[in-house]
Write a protein that binds this ligand. Structure first.
Ligand code: 13P
Ligand code: SF4
Length: 319
């Protein structure tokens, strides 16, 4: 604890000295969430991280999360330095959607409007008409569908199927998955629901359809937080990365939050729902990059103007 407190103090000093602000995702270690909040930064979902980074006056953004979040910050703020505690923190959705194969897929369906999840590389975004996050995907696709547009969606197949079911859009989906949410299990969840009959079930839409079907509320990390605040219930089962559980327990200490079951359940690992790439972020790494300026996120300059357009479109739509 003494070492952690010293690291936090060092980071506070470095943030001031370097005119830097912290932007942390709900899935990173609680220390990085709390410190972002305490120092005037942001802890939020990927949509609000992008907006906050773009609009904040600081010269340096320190993004605790995964690579696509750092890249989005870089694309939206070419004049700022963007640092990440772990540059190699990627995402199975990004890895499962290589730009060349995706581009060939788009070429085969030129009549479709290309909508991609934020969890993609800059090169994939540069090929898109729209970027969306789980916080705004439904509203944006609903508007495109109402306008008569057919959708090409990538890369998360569960989120794509959920959007399709909810909006009725003609949606052709890439077949990627999040290795964390893909593990939630409906059969075990039903058993847990029987044990806790009054609990409300909150589910991130990257989860399989059978799990989503059991939910009382489905949404992005921020939407889950909001639902837990708004619902009268005192007990919740939550199907998303356990990083959000910390946030829920901190903000709503009088309510009880239970991890939804995954295939990895065992006596030693109750939920196992934690993203290995989010877990690469830590206090020591953060202090080190602030001190040294190492781990600056770079995006190929030729991609930036094309990738920025669909992200800015999303931010304007949700403003
Ligand atoms: P949101 O914070 O947008 O819900 O993102 C989920 C996610 O998996 C990010 O990695
Ligand atoms: Fe990607 Fe899933 Fe990790 Fe989010 S939780 S960064 S979607 S692998």
């Amino acid at each position: 604890p003494a070492e952690r407190a010293a690291l936090k103090e060092r980071i506070r000093g470095l943030l001031k000295q370097k005119n830097a602000v912290m932007v942390s995702h709900f899935y990173v270690h609680p220390d990085l969430q709390d410190l972002a909040e305490e120092t005037g930064g942001l802890v939020s979902d990927s949509l609000e991280m992008a907006r906050f980074g773009r609009d904040h006056a600081a010269r340096t953004l320190v993004v605790s999360g995964v690579r696509f979040m750092g890249e989005t910050a870089r694309i939206l703020s070419p004049g700022k330095t963007v640092l990440m505690p772990a540059l190699e923190a990627t995402c199975s959705l990004d890895l499962g959607c290589p730009a060349d194969a995706f581009s060939a897929f788009c070429d085969q369906h030129p009549e479709r409007t290309v909508v991609v999840y934020a969890n993609t590389s800059a090169a994939v975004k540069a090929r898109a008409d729209w970027v969306v996050t789980s916080g705004c995907a439904l509203d944006i696709v609903r508007a495109l569908h109402a306008d008569g547009q057919k959708i090409l969606w990538a890369p998360d197949r569960h989120l794509g199927a959920y959007i399709q079911r909810e909006t009725g859009a003609d949606l052709l989906a890439w077949q990627g998955a999040c290795i964390v949410h893909d593990e939630f299990k409906a059969f075990e969840l039903e058993a847990l629901m029987r044990e806790h009959p009054h609990a409300r079930v909150l589910v991130h839409p990257e989860s399989p359809a059978e799990v989503v079907a059991l939910a009382h509320a489905v949404g992005s990390t921020s939407a889950i937080l909001q639902a837990a605040r708004d619902m009268q219930a005192s007990e919740f089962i939550v199907a998303t990365d356990m990083g959000l559980l910390h946030r829920l327990r901190t903000l709503l200490p009088h309510k009880r939050f239970i991890e939804a079951p995954t295939a990895g359940n065992s006596a030693t690992c109750k939920s196992c729902a934690h993203c290995p790439w989010m877990a690469m972020n830590g206090l020591a790494g953060l202090a080190e990059v602030l001190e040294s300026g190492r781990n600056a996120v770079e995006v190929e300059p030729g991609l930036i103007p094309r990738a920025r357009q669909p992200i800015e479109r999303m931010l304007a739509f949700t403003a």
